[in-house]
Design a protein around this ligand. Structure first.
Ligand code: SF4
Length: 358
């Protein structure tokens, strides 16, 4: 006789899909409401019953509720500020693109290693810009200046714009603009699966959508509040079927006990899950983990239980573009990581291209 225990009858329920981001509080700069995008976001905020306030400038948003700095940080990450992008001078964005195109700053994700922890300092809230018409005009000028060269713009330098697309629609605007620019290209990277609004757009192959992927260990330990690996891969399949050029960024590549198995499994899983037609034209970018002294202090304060290894003694110093030393892996480890992962990429995707390892 078989004895059926309660455990043996337990059915594993499918996990709920990662939800769309819903801020807990929204601030509007008054000028934002003079733009159709600002008005539309206001309608969305009201329809979703989200509390909102007016503010003269995002610089005045302070005193977040919460007893401790960490609590305030968490609340700030769920706060949206709707305003105008004032600087229309674009930053360079090497090695991924020629320029960073600014449509949002800040992100609702909680990746422990994220460089926004330091670049945004005390302003970790999420800002979205309603004057995308002016941003696009500025992009057009950059394209004209560099003609007949192709100019590439990265839309995910200071945010994860896919995670905000249901609120702003800004990526859709950039994609349709770039589709008509013979010398303009757009690219962005995401950890979110919410690509539906982009699938039916006319893109003319001028936008490359990349998904950030990593070994299971890294996603589970260091990437809370982002979409799961399976969701990202499913979205990658949809994007590829919609005809977009597709890419993966493996970042940050982390040296941990078992990294070889972890990264080998990652590439094997990608190959098993993706539709076969994606192999051609697929690109990979590889970025090893790095940190600055300031980042280490901030991360240890915000994620005190994090297992993220940031031992300066074990790293190599590299002079950073922003005037601070960053700590990367010593050459020997870098070579081992680069060679191993490159081999796995070509084993599974012989027709893919590798843009860079940094
Ligand atoms: S999803 Fe990207 S931008 Fe957002 S916290 Fe994570 S690393 Fe930073």
């Amino acid at each position: 006789m078989t004895i059926v225990t309660p455990e043996s009858t337990t059915v594993k329920r499918p996990r709920k899909p990662t939800a769309l981001f819903l801020p807990e509080l929204v601030f509007f700069e008054p000028n934002a409401l003079n733009y159709p995008k600002g008005e539309k976001i206001m309608e969305w905020v009201k329809a979703n019953d989200i509390p909102y306030r007016m503010t003269t400038s995002h610089n005045r948003i302070m005193n977040f509720p919460g007893e401790t700095e960490v609590e305030q940080y968490k609340i700030a990450k769920r706060t949206l500020v709707v305003g105008l992008r004032k600087t229309l001078k674009f930053d360079p964005s090497k090695p991924s693109a020629d320029y960073a195109i600014p449509i949002a700053t800040g992100c609702m994700g909680h990746c422990h290693y994220c460089y926004l922890q330091t670049t945004l300092g005390a302003k970790p809230y999420i800002r979205v810009y309603v004057n995308t018409g002016e941003i696009i005009d500025a992009a057009k000028k950059y394209i004209e200046e560099r003609s007949p060269e192709i100019t590439t713009f990265e839309a995910a330098c200071t945010s994860d714009p896919v995670g905000l697309e249901h609120i702003t629609g800004s990526l859709a605007e950039l994609i349709t603009f770039m589709a008509k620019e013979p010398l303009g290209r757009l690219r962005f990277v995401t950890k979110y699966q919410h690509v539906e609004p982009l699938l039916a757009l006319e893109h003319n192959g001028h936008t490359r959508v990349r998904f950030s992927v990593n070994a299971d260990y890294v996603i589970k330990n260091f990437e809370p509040a982002t979409s799961r690996f399976e969701e990202r891969i499913e979205a990658a399949g949809k994007v590829a079927r919609a005809g977009y050029p597709l890419g993966f960024i493996i970042a940050p590549i982390i040296w941990y006990d078992g990294w070889q198995e972890g990264y080998a499994e990652l590439l094997a899983k990608l190959a098993q899950t993706l539709p076969p037609e994606v192999g051609k034209g697929l690109t990979f970018e590889m970025i090893q983990h790095r940190f600055t002294k300031t980042a280490k202090t901030v991360i240890e304060k915000r994620y005190p239980k994090s297992k993220l290894e940031m031992d300066m003694e074990k790293r190599k110093k590299k002079w950073g573009r922003w005037g601070q030393n960053k700590y990367v892996y010593p050459d020997e480890q870098q070579t081992a990581l680069r060679e191993f992962i490159t081999e796995r990429i070509f084993e599974h995707f012989p027709e893919a291209g590798i843009d860079y390892f940094t």
